[in-house]
Ligand binder design. Structure first.
Ligand SMILES: Cc1cc2nc3c(=O)[nH]c(=O)nc-3n(C[C@H](O)[C@H](O)[C@H](O)COP(=O)(O)OP(=O)(O)OC[C@H]3O[C@@H](n4cnc5c(N)ncnc54)[C@H](O)[C@@H]3O)c2cc1C
Length: 413
């Protein structure tokens, strides 16, 4: 088959690539999205939170202090497979440096510049794409059983308040009235009203793909095997042949590192693997998304049941899943919600694409202004997909995105 000329190529159809594809096609551009399995990566099984208050980076002094105790316990909220440690050491070194006070402040500001307004950005985007049925705005509730855990989380909540996000302490009586399904053992809470969640993250991806298709977009269900940029075009190859794109958006999530290098960006992208368990008949409908401050995972009522999702495991992209981490989430939720029905649980693992400063890479590729990089959204891909798509659409059109992109630059490392 002879090579094909295309206008805009999107590599990767997770929530980020799909949102970019839709934002571009509705601006009258001819867009071709490449992905062998759109919407089935990290964007499928996440906790679905739209969280403007995620302005406290993971790299904070409390995390660093807890790291040595957590790392080699395979069932701790953050775990490293010993065989992967040598590979990860440079990433950890950068992560630790980002926990210095001035870096926490800079990263928090850079996160806030993207996250604040996430619910409103999504609301307009979702209405336009006809996927607003997937969104609920009920806030987020952080709950703690011990005074020690509540105190350990306080720097993160203080940072939220500093960035203008409401994070209100609530008493045990408030908790038992707002969320009567909670165990009375969980006596401390922080409630942030400005947050929402998606009730079916995989369904949202499917809905965005339908909207993209209806607006005239093309989906090629094949992996991109290679790419290269020169002055005239960005050249891609799949198993069915070659494509020459006038512009390209790289949004392949955790699989973006090698492609980014070919576009001149050497980024320390690694994978924070996360797990979920879905309880199809939990007997409980939560009044808001919850974060269990003891087990450090999210609980979200979704259309398919109650999803328990979170934790971080460093083991690389290809290591087999360790579903004892999903079982650990179920045990933690039984402590939090004593009436919980756990029969028929399903398990999943997905790769968060993560940079050591917790910020995504968004911006033109060093080797070619024809290629825009949009990956590394770590814990925030759902929260930030609509915002990222707006920025990418501006960059592709040569407009100013109205935000300083320096903190997200691929050359910042
Ligand atoms: C347990 C868990 C809970 C989470 N909870 C939340 C949350 O509550 N809120 C939030 O905002 N975020 C959350 N996240 C993070 C969020 O899921 C990710 O940041 C987001 O899904 C990343 O989206 P993406 O499109 O970049 O990557 P992905 O969804 O992984 O998509 C990348 C796509 O690229 C494709 N691809 C790979 N290689 C190629 C190739 N060679 N050619 C073509 N295509 C290719 C893949 O098939 C895939 O579809 C969570 C993540 C996990 C794991």
């Amino acid at each position: 088959m002879s090579d094909r000329q295309i206008e805009i190529a999107i590599v990767g159809g997770g929530i980020v690539g799909l949102a970019c594809a839709y934002a571009l096609v509705v601006q009258g551009r001819k867009v071709t999205l490449f992905d062998p399995a759109p919407g089935r990566g990290a964007s499928f099984g996440n906790a679905g939170g739209i969280t403007p208050g995620w302005v406290a980076p993971l790299a904070m002094p409390a995390t660093i202090r807890a790291l040595p105790g957590m790392l080699f316990d395979p069932l701790s909220p953050i775990a490293i497979r010993p065989a992967y440690l040598p590979h990860l050491l440079p990433w950890i070194a950068r992560f630790v440096l980002n926990a210095l006070p001035h870096r926490v402040e800079a990263c928090s500001k850079a996160l806030a510049a993207l996250t604040l307004g996430a619910c409103e950005t999504w609301s307009a985007f979702a209405k336009s794409a006809g996927v607003d049925r997937f969104f609920r705005k009920q806030g987020i509730l952080y709950v703690y059983a011990s005074e020690r855990s509540r105190r350990a989380a306080e720097p993160a909540h203080a940072l939220r308040r500093k960035r203008g996000v409401a994070a209100d302490p609530v008493e045990a009586a408030w908790l038992s009235s707002f969320a009567p399904m909670l165990s009375p053992e969980f006596r401390y809470g922080i409630y942030s009203p400005d947050a929402g969640h998606v009730v079916d993250p995989g369904g949202l991806c499917d809905g965005l793909m339908q909207a993209f298709d209806a607006a005239g977009g093309t989906v090629v269900r094949e992996a991109v095997l290679d790419l290269a940029a020169d002055a005239d075009a960005v050249h891609l190859r799949t198993k069915s042949g070659g494509f020459h794109a006038g512009q390209l958006v790289l949004a392949a999530g955790a699989h973006s590192k090698a492609f980014a290098a070919k576009l001149g960006a050497r980024v320390p992208l690694d994978v924070e693997r996360g797990y979920h368990a879905v309880l199809p008949d939990p007997g409980i409908d939560l009044p808001a998304q919850m974060i269990d401050g003891e087990g450090k995972y999210a609980l979200t009522s979704m259309t398919m049941g109650l999803r328990l999702a979170g934790t971080v495991e460093f083991a690389g992209l290809d290591a087999p899943p360790d579903y004892s981490r999903s079982a650990m989430l179920v045990r933690a939720a039984q402590r939090l919600l004593p009436g919980l029905r756990t029969g028929g649980a399903t398990e999943w693992m997905g790769p968060r694409p993560s940079l050591p400063d917790g910020l995504p890479v968004i911006g033109p590729a060093p080797a070619s202004p024809r290629a825009i990089l949009a990956f590394g959204h770590a814990h925030l891909g759902v929260t930030l997909a609509a915002k990222t798509a707006a920025i990418v659409a501006d960059l592709v059109a040569g407009r100013s995105p109205g935000i300083d992109l320096l903190p997200y630059s691929p050359t910042r490392f």
